[in-house]
Design a protein around this ligand. Structure first.
Ligand code: GLC
Length: 559
C-alpha cells in the first residue's frame, strides 16, 4: 500500500477535535469545578456537535497554580476532577459513542510539589536529584544575581532561589512559567525515561493521542548567557498581549534561546517510535510556537509528531488578504513534509474568538464567518469549548482572577481567565446548569441566550444559532475530506476556493454585500450553508452569488 493511500485513512488528518478545559466544562458534584464525570455526562452533546475527538486539558494531580499545567503526578487523577476509574470510564464511554480521546502531556516542567522537586530541595548542589532540573549557582558576590536575565513568560524573573538546609540562600532553579513550575532538564536520561513511562501509562489506558504542552521548550542551550531584551521577549511570547507592534514581535521571536532548539527533535523521534508501537493510529499534536513558521514543519516530519497547531488563525484579523496568505503559507509548508495542516481559532490561552473579532454583534458575525472559512479548509480543526456557543470573554473583576499571569505581572496583564469561564448549559437552572454549587469563576449573568438549551431551539433556517451553525458545518465538512483545495479568487475583500470539483467556499470580509460569479462548471448550484442571514433564497441558483457583508458561504454544484 502506498503511503499516500494509507494516509488518507488516518482518522486525525481531517478530524474536528474539541478542546475540553475540564474545570469549566461540567460539574457533577456541586463543588463549583468541572470534573471527569461531568464530561462523561456530556458526551452525547459532543457527539451531536459533530466532532471526532476530544482533547482534555490536564486533569492530573496538581496544586493548580496554573490551571493544572503544573503537574505533580502525571500518572494519577487530581481529586478535584475525580478518580482514576473516572478517567478510564471516560475513555471507554467516549469510544463507545465513537469519539477519540486525546490527553495533555506537560513535559517542559513539573510542579514544585512533585516528589522529584521536593527531593531536589532536600539534596545538595550537584546531586542527581538536582540534575533533573536546571539548578545553577547565582552570580555576584553572594550568588544573589540569577544565573541569567531571562524573564518568566508569565512575568517576573525566570529564576527563583532556594534555601539550603542551614536556611541560607542557595542555588537558583529555572522556571520559564510560574515559580511553581520548575523546568525539567531533558539532557537527563531519567527525565526522558519518566516521560516515556507516562506516555505508555496513558496509551495502555487507551488514549488515542497526546497534546504536547510547550513542545518546543524542552531543550535549552546557552543557559548562562543573557538576552538582549528579556522583558520584550517574554511579552512577545504571550498571546494575550496585543499592544506590541507586529514587526517588533517578529524580530524578538526570530531567536528564542529557550525555544525550538534542534535537540527537541531527537525526543520526538523516540516518542514517535512509542506511539507507533501501539495499535490503532495513536497521534500527537505539538503546541510549539516557532519562528519563522516554516520551522513548524520540522516537528511533523514523518518520523516525528503527527500534527502541530497552526496558530496563524489564532491571531488572525478578519481580513481577506491576511487570511488568504496564511492559508497559502500553511498549505505550502506542510505539503513539504506531507503532513496535514491544522487550524485553531481559539484555546484556553487566548481571548475568545468573538472578543478577538471585536465583540458585540459585529464580532459575532465575523466570528461565524471565520469559523465557516476555517471549517472548509483541508486538514484538522480544533474547537475550544464554548467557541461553538459564540461566547465572549467573561468580564471579571480582579478579585475573581486566578491566572498566575495576573499575579506575576501585578495586574498589568489581566491573564487568561476571561476565556475560561464555565460553560452555560441550561437557561432555567442555577449557574446555567454548570454546577449546583458556586462556580470557580463567575458566569456572566447575561449569558442566558448563549446556553446550549437556548441555542438548540432556534427554528429559523435562515438564522441559525452559533451552535446550530457549528453543528451543521462540522457535519458538512466531512464531505470535503481528502478533496483537493484550489483558489478561485483572492481580492482585498473576497476569498474563494473549491474543494474537489463540487464545492465552492466564499468569504466576504468587507462590510458591503458583494456579488461574485461562480466558475462556469458551477452553472447550477445550491447554497449549503451561510454564516449570516441571507437575502438570496436557498435551493437552485445560477451563475452569480450574493455574499452578505462579513460572511462565508458554502455552495454545492448541482449538475
Ligand atoms: C501551555 C499551556 C498554558 C500553560 C503553559 C505552561 O502554553 O497551554 O495554559 O500555562 O503551557 O504550562
Amino acid at each position: 500500500m502506498s503511503s499516500a493511500v494509507k494516509k488518507s485513512k488516518l482518522w486525525w488528518q481531517e478530524a474536528a477535535i474539541y478542546q475540553i478545559y475540564p474545570r469549566s466544562f461540567q460539574d457533577s458534584n456541586g463543588d463549583g469545578e468541572g470534573d471527569l464525570p461531568g464530561v462523561i455526562s456530556r458526551l452525547s452533546y459532543l457527539k451531536e456537535l459533530g466532532v471526532d475527538a476530544i482533547w482534555l486539558s490536564p486533569f492530573y494531580v496538581s496544586p493548580n497554580k496554573d490551571g493544572g499545567y503544573d503537574v505533580s503526578n502525571p500518572r494519577d487523577v487530581d481529586p478535584r476532577f475525580g478518580k482514576m476509574s473516572d478517567a478510564v470510564s471516560l475513555i471507554e464511554e467516549a469510544h463507545k459513542v465513537g469519539l477519540r480521546v486525546i490527553v495533555d502531556i506537560v513535559p517542559n516542567h513539573f510542579s514544585t510539589e512533585h516528589l522529584w522537586f521536593k527531593a531536589a530541595l532536600d539534596s545538595k548542589p550537584g546531586s542527581k536529584e538536582r540534575a533533573r532540573f536546571h539548578f545553577y549557582d547565582g552570580r555576584g558576590k553572594d550568588g544573589e544575581i540569577p544565573p541569567n536575565n531571562w524573564c518568566s513568560i508569565f512575568g517576573g524573573p525566570a529564576w527563583s532561589r532556594v534555601k539550603d538546609s542551614d536556611g541560607k540562600p542557595g542555588q537558583w532553579y529555572l522556571h520559564l512559567f510560574d515559580s511553581t513550575q520548575a523546568d525539567l532538564n531533558w539532557n537527563n536520561e531519567e527525565v526522558n525515561r519518566d516521560f516515556e513511562e507516562t506516555l505508555r501509562f496513558w496509551l495502555d489506558k487507551g488514549v488515542d493521542g497526546f497534546r504536547i504542552d510547550v513542545a518546543h521548550g524542552l531543550v535549552k542551550d546557552e543557559i548562562l548567557r543573557d538576552h538582549r531584551d528579556p522583558e520584550g521577549l517574554t511579552r512577545a511570547l504571550r498571546l494575550d498581549v496585543s499592544d506590541m507592534p507586529r514587526a517588533q514581535r517578529e524580530s524578538l521571536l526570530s531567536d528564542v534561546p529557550f525555544f525550538d532548539r534542534d535537540g527537541v527533535h531527537e525526543i520526538y523521534r523516540k516518542w514517535r517510535r512509542i506511539f507507533d508501537s501501539y495499535p490503532g493510529d495513536r497521534m500527537s499534536v505539538a503546541e510549539a510556537w516557532v519562528h519563522p513558521s516554516s520551522r513548524a514543519t520540522l516537528y511533523v516530519r514523518p518520523d516525528e509528531l503527527h500534527q502541530i497547531f497552526n496558530f496563524d488563525f489564532l491571531i488572525a484579523e478578519w481580513d481577506a488578504k491576511f487570511l488568504a496568505n496564511a492559508v497559502d503559507k500553511t498549505l505550502q509548508e506542510v505539503a513539504a513534509v506531507s503532513a496535514p495542516p491544522t487550524w485553531v481559532l481559539s484555546n484556553h490561552d487566548s481571548p475568545r474568538l468573538v472578543s478577538r473579532m471585536g465583540g458585540e454583534e459585529l464580532g459575532e458575525r465575523k466570528a461565524r464567518a471565520i469559523a465557516l472559512l476555517t471549517h472548509a479548509l483541508p486538514g484538522g480543526v480544533y474547537v475550544f469549548q464554548g467557541e461553538e456557543l459564540g461566547l465572549s470573554d467573561a468580564p471579571l473583576s480582579d478579585e475573581d482572577r486566578q491566572d498566575p499571569v495576573f499575579f506575576r505581572t501585578k495586574g498589568a496583564d489581566k491573564g487568561r481567565d476571561g476565556a475560561r469561564a464555565p460553560l452555560p448549559w441550561s437557561t432555567s437552572q442555577t449557574h446555567f446548569g454548570f454546577t449546583s454549587g458556586r462556580p470557580w469563576l463567575p458566569i456572566p449573568a447575561d449569558w442566558s441566550d448563549k446556553t446550549v438549551e437556548a441555542q438548540k431551539s432556534f427554528t429559523e433556517e435562515s438564522n441559525l444559532s452559533f451552535l446550530q451553525l457549528y453543528q451543521k458545518s462540522l457535519r458538512l465538512r466531512k464531505f470535503f475530506a481528502s478533496l483537493d483545495f484550489n483558489w478561485l479568487t483572492r481580492t482585498n475583500d473576497v476569498i474563494g476556493f473549491t474543494r474537489g470539483s463540487q464545492y465552492a467556499i466564499y468569504s466576504n470580509t468587507s462590510g458591503q454585500e458583494i456579488q461574485v460569479t461562480l466558475p462556469e462548471y458551477f452553472a447550477a448550484f445550491e447554497i449549503m450553508l451561510c454564516s449570516a442571514p441571507r437575502q438570496q433564497p436557498r435551493g437552485l441558483q445560477e451563475a452569480s452569488l450574493l455574499l452578505p457583508p462579513h460572511s462565508t458561504t458554502w455552495v454545492k454544484r448541482l449538475k
